[in-house]
Design a protein around this ligand. Sequence first.
Ligand code: PXP
Length: 258
Amino acid sequence: MTAHGARMHLGVNIDHVATLRQARGVDYPDPVAAVTPCLAGGADGITAHLREDRRHIQDADMERLAAMPELHLNMEMAATNEMVAICERLRPAACCLVPEKRQELTTEGGLDVVTHRVRLESVVSRLSAAGVRVSMFIDPDVAQVEASATIGAPVVELHTGHYANLSGAAQATELARIARAAGLAAELGLIVHAGHGLTLANTPPVAAIPEISGLNIGHAIVADAVFKGLERAVADFRTVIDGARNAARDAAREGGDA
Ligand code: PXP
């Protein structure tokens, strides 16, 4: 189990800086220029999704990100031959495999590792051989967690989009499902991340789950940055994440002492 006290990895997804640029077809804002304020605000790494339709991040962006010394880059991508070849060449520190549908506004559901086990196993093996740590973006589902472990993926990222769209008791039920999936994944020896749809308001309960050691957050950070700047927007997430983590650790200690 990951210690509650360990600093949680915060990966900031900068896709939507590129979305703004693409909306005008000009060369600004530059998503690569977002790296410095994100790191200054307390991000540990940068996540960027090179979509097959290139709707936001472009190949040249990914090249420049991959060339930045010391940057922990997490390349999100579909498990296609084209993307695997790009990832093998760029060798980012990490890669998160996601399902992609052309018409979707954002990544709607998790990967179906159970159904696509054979194909995904070969992609994990190729990227691992290139020195890339591969993560499977899955729904918080027991069968998907088990299948991810079976094919040798070292990391799973649990999809929090459904949780983010719910409220009240339904949201609490989904949070419990995420916590169970995280616990199972950790038992199976997987590193557990989470992300999608996280905001300052709904992040704390997810950050408090001890087995989750990393979060990837994009849309809410870029949205907040419109009003308060990127560094401040990231710093506010850092504060909320660290606060939730510390409170959960203290509560676990008190429970242990009782
Ligand atoms: N993790 C994965 C795998 C994603 O596909 C996305 C969205 O690109 C995110 C995290 C971040 O989601 P959001 O932009 O809603 O914070």
